[in-house]
Design a protein around this ligand. Structure first.
Ligand code: URA
Length: 434
């Protein structure tokens, strides 16, 4: 088999066989197929697409390029949740303790943030001493004991995806549906859960700006997961403005703690309950969506989810008192209000711009090794649809550097559009696929 022939075949619009896909994936990981040939193949895929069979074969080849976690030592139905990435997305921080409090084993591998989207691990490191460097044994033991553990993504999880993603990033081949689906699902399948609930974001702050593309991606991923024997569902949710009010690591942790105390913003809670219900149903803890939501609500009312978060933070080396006294979490020295100058309604907030403002403040990573400031970020006071008057604060910038605060201020002002009429209300949940 020759890579040259595979490129030629795809260029002409023909479907590749499973053997060809495995040959090129394995050869690329081993370094036997050079970047320039893989780049040509990826570009051919962008123009010609891939069939469902090809996408599945690519996903499985990428999954098998590294370790496939064996979670059989953990009792119960393991449910994983994955978001395609957004601004202010702290749903995992809220949902993991809620579902764990219901006895659902949460055995999660999480990543760090890169660019304008945040990662769960960075957020959890706001708790002093907290670590995700667990051995496999500690990880399984913690889940069996208290239903919850989060570990950093190991280097050996789908290494083909790591190498391919880096190449796609510099060859303008990221935004191809089959390549995205295979990339995400190879990692999910390697992470070993029995069921996967996907949060597929759509809107200006998401990968998939158009709703129809988000549905197509969700459908493709659900099919791949089912073909690989997993229970699957995908919830398509709004990312046309940041989720909740807080953007930035420490601010988001504080908002997650507020949510566990019953004080979460409405849009965040809508997404939390929609995803949570899918997780509870997949775990077999309820028969109906209403029943699942009721169980989830009780974890907030009875504070069992809050206590679970404290237990989890302590089990991974952090101080549990921070969960009950979030004012102790890292706080930025400068607070600058972003003042509105017009009369009208908030028509929209460009999520990506708010994410970039947080990046400017030092809250995100420019490269994968850059340090981040956990204390900085943005708190939005006015979300889409809110009436605003001149002189009112739209948001507050939390910074440790005045120049950066001013730069972020300008970005936030530009991210807001103020309209004379109230905009149409957009549903947070666009659809659910199984
Ligand atoms: N997230 C991934 O993990 N892979 C992609 O290709 C896009 C988003």
């Amino acid at each position: 088999m020759r890579m040259y022939d595979i490129i030629q075949k795809k260029k002409k619009g023909n479907a590749l066989t499973g053997d060809e896909i495995r040959f090129m994936t394995e050869g690329y990981v081993k370094g036997e197929i050079p970047d320039y040939q893989m780049s040509a193949l990826l570009m051919a895929v962008c123009f010609q697409g891939m069939t469902k069979e090809e996408t599945l074969a690519l996903t499985l080849a990428m999954r098998d390029s590294g370790e496939v976690l064996d979670l059989s030592g953990i009792q119960g139905i393991k449910v994983d949740k994955h978001s395609t990435g957004g601004v202010g997305d702290k749903t995992s921080l809220v949902l993991a303790p809620m579902t764990a409090a219901l006895g659902i084993p949460v055995a999660k591998m999480s990543g760090r943030g890169l660019g304008h989207t945040g990662g769960t691990i960075d957020k959890l490191e706001c708790f002093p001493g907290f670590s995700t460097a667990l051995t496999r044994e500690q990880f399984c033991r913690n889940v069996n004991r208290m239903n919850m553990a989060i570990m950093g993504q190991t280097a050996d999880l789908a290494p083909a995806d790591k190498k391919l993603y880096a190449l796609r990033d510099v060859t303008a081949t990221v935004d191809q549906l089959s390549l995205i689906a295979a990339s995400i699902m190879s990692k999910k399948l390697a992470a070993g859960a029995d069921a996967v609930v996907l949060d597929v974001k759509t809107g200006n702050g998401a990968f998939m700006k158009e709703e129809k593309d988000a549905f197509a991606l969700a459908e493709e991923m659900v099919e791949i997961g089912k073909s690989a024997g997993k229970k699957m569902s995908a919830v398509i949710t709004d990312m046309d403005q940041p989720l909740g009010n807080a953007v930035g690591n420490s601010l988001e942790v504080k908002e997650a703690i507020l949510a566990l105390n019953g004080l979460g913003p409405k849009d965040l809670m809508e997404v939390v309950y929609a995803l949570g219900a899918e997780m509870v149903l997949a775990a077999g803890k309820a028969d109906t969506k209403e029943g699942a939501e009721e169980l989830l609500k009780q974890t907030i009312q009875k504070k069992t989810a809050l206590d679970k978060l404290a237990e989890f933070v302590e089990a991974q080396g952090g101080e549990r008192r921070y969960v009950y006294q979030p004012e102790l979490l890292p706080a930025a020295g400068i607070q600058m209000q972003v003042i509105n100058t017009e009369t009208g309604y908030v028509g929209g907030i460009q999520a990506e711009e708010i994410g970039l403002a947080s990046l400017i403040l030092g809250g995100g990573r420019v490269t994968k090794d850059s340090p981040i400031d956990l204390s900085v970020g943005i708190l939005l006071h006015k979300k889409r649809g809110r009436a605003v008057q001149p002189g009112e604060a739209l948001a507050t910038v939390y910074a440790n550097d005045m120049e950066k605060a001013k730069e972020a201020y300008g970005k936030i002002v530009r991210a807001y559009s103020i309209l004379p009429e109230a905009p149409e209300e957009l549903p947070m949940i666009k659809g659910i696929l199984h």
